[in-house]
Design a protein around this ligand. Structure first.
Ligand code: PRP
Ligand code: URA
Length: 212
């Protein structure tokens, strides 16, 4: 994983391999969903590297051992609907105790601005570290608005995790929320005139849910 100015780009070979399969237009919905979940799990492993540990003693069948367990921080995953839902399963496999909130946003195809339609966050979010999930960071409008909504509820910290990002989205999100660490599977070339990421993978929501 490489880091520059709070933006982390994945270099793990398994993540890169699975992203190549996600990009392929011949990958069908079933495999696409499985891959999104697998990449989310691998990325979650990287994005939780800074979780603190506490030393404890456990009794093995042979003797007492010193061991480390997670300590103190509680997590919440917040997928941005719809496509973010595809990442939840993989993330929760790694952190089963995490709570899950939901934010519903869709991009108006004309203005490319996000439109809010749902928000349900954990009641104790102020005690939690939040990881926002969305496979695509394009203009950055959806991620920025979702984080604006979450910040009103004052969680302990916020990270944003996406699979494919555009430079335009990274710039907009970093400038809007400089305190938020951004984890990207890959940084792509640019956006096209309709706000789609090039080369990208197409419309993530449609490919996950088989709509269109
Ligand atoms: C997609 C994607 C992001 C957003 C990214 O969602 O999942 O939420 O676009 O674009 P942005 O960075 O320019 O805001 P979409 O609005 O297509 O909704 P969907 O997930 O319901 O398909
Ligand atoms: N949303 C997507 O699903 N794909 C893109 O390329 C851009 C926004």
């Amino acid at each position: 994983m490489t880091e520059k100015n709070n933006v982390f780009i994945m270099d793990h070979p398994l993540i890169q391999h699975k992203i190549a399969l996600l990009r392929d237009k011949n990958t069908g919905s079933k495999e696409f969903r499985e891959l999104i979940s697998e990449v989310a799990m691998l990325m979650c492993y990287e994005a939780t590297r800074d979780l603190p540990l506490k030393e404890i003693e456990v009794e093995t069948p042979l003797e007492i051992a010193k061991a480390n367990i997670l300590y103190g921080r509680k997590l919440a995953f917040i997928p941005i609907l719809r496509a973010g839902i595809g990442m939840i399963d993989g993330a929760v496999k790694l952190v089963p105790a995490a709570k899950i909130g939901h934010i519903g946003l869709y991009r108006d195809p004309g203005t490319l601005k996000p439109v809010e339609y749902f928000c349900k966050l954990p009641g104790d979010i102020e005690e939690r570290e939040v990881i926002v999930l969305d496979p695509m960071l394009a203009t950055g409008g959806s991620a920025t608005d979702a984080i604006n909504m979450i910040k009103k509820r004052r969680p302990k910290s916020i990270k944003f995790m996406c699979i494919i990002s555009a430079p335009e989205g990274i710039k907009f999100l970093s400038e809007s929320h400089p305190d938020v660490k951004i984890y990207c599977g890959v940084e792509d070339k640019k956006l096209n005139d309709h706000g789609y990421i090039l080369p990208g993978l197409g419309d993530a929501g449609d490919r996950i849910f088989g709509t269109k």
